[in-house]
Design a protein. Structure first.
Length: 310
């Protein structure tokens, strides 16, 4: 090989080295170079891929059971709302505050039997059927209709006001002319207590992990409390009303203790918020539904439940 040819080869190799290309003998150098290209392309593809979205967990299920003090009547009755549930009742407010999915089975006029095993005439199933294994929270407000608490209050008020007032406030009840229900005896309170205990056990059987709260009633009047025209009761009728209310609160507390449910005592918290107080939680004998929670009362009971659950 001539010196001139050797010089030209050396010059070419130097140019390749300067360009950053490594030349290896045989075919192995080509193989290594061609295998590196796909890995570069794959990395580029990963950079352009859209990240996988992780779905947020579904809201926990909350089931509300109970009578009108939970349903919160105040709206207009319709075929689709025969239970008179209001959109601002305490179950709705609790569900919103806790970010839970609400199944509102409450129904005005219901008794403990309607919760546990006997549907009302316009409901297909007893309320307890709303409780399922995935239920996380259950509230129960019941007993008032079992002992005729509100029925007695309204009937006594009907008798003590002018006919035109009675017709305006509670025509359906006042026009019936039925006698005032007798004050309940010990056996009726005992029956309510047993029904409450049975309801808690039934909930626990259906939803073993659920937190169960018994929520009692705020009072319309307390001993020594203020009176006013919105509470048209005689002194003896006030005393009887307090006796019935206290009896209901006592059996609710006993049922909570025996069954292991938590107790929300609107009965004591509402003592300063009776019908004739400066900040009532209940309407008096007035429209739209006498002696039931007003907006302040619904919000107050909801706040008590939310504070207990958090």
């Amino acid at each position: 090989m001539s010196r001139a040819l050797i010089g030209r080869i050396a010059t070419a190799c130097g140019a390749l080295v300067a360009a950053g290309v490594v030349v290896l003998s045989g075919s192995s150098g080509l193989a290594s170079h061609t295998e590196a290209a796909p890995s570069v392309r794959t990395a580029a593809q990963h950079e352009t891929e859209t990240p996988v979205n992780v779905s947020a967990p579904a809201p926990q299920k909350y089931v509300a059971l109970g009578s009108s003090y939970a349903a919160g009547p105040g709206g207009i009755e319709s075929l689709s709302n025969r239970c008179l549930r209001s959109p601002d009742n305490y179950p709705n407010q609790v569900a919103t505050a806790l970010g839970m999915s609400l199944v509102d089975a409450t129904c005005s006029g219901s008794t403990s039997d309607n919760i546990l095993d006997r549907p009302q005439r316009f409901t297909p199933n007893p309320q307890i059927d709303a409780v399922t294994p995935e239920t996380s929270l259950v509230t129960i407000t019941t007993g008032g209709n079992d002992v005729g608490y509100i029925q007695r209050l309204i009937a006594m008020s009907c008798r003590n006001v002018a006919p035109e007032v009675a017709k305006e406030v509670a025509a359906r009840t006042c026009n019936l002319g039925h006698p005032i229900p007798a004050e309940p005896g010990p056996e009726r309170y005992a029956a309510v207590e047993q029904k409450m205990i049975a309801t808690v056990f039934a909930v626990r059987q259906r939803a073993p992990q659920a937190r169960i709260l018994l929520v009692d009633y705020p009072p319309a009047v307390v001993l020594g409390g203020p009176t006013c025209a919105k509470l048209p009761l005689s002194p003896s009728e006030i005393e009887a009303t307090i006796r019935v209310f206290d009896g209901l609160a006592m059996v609710t507390a006993a049922a909570a203790q025996i069954s292991g449910a938590e107790l929300i005592t609107a009965s004591s918290a509402g003592a300063d918020h009776t019908v004739c107080s400066t900040d009532p939680w209940l309407r008096g004998f007035e429209t739209p539904v006498p002696y039931h929670p007003n907006s302040a009362g619904k919000a107050a009971v909801a706040a008590m439940i939310v504070n207990a659950v958090r």
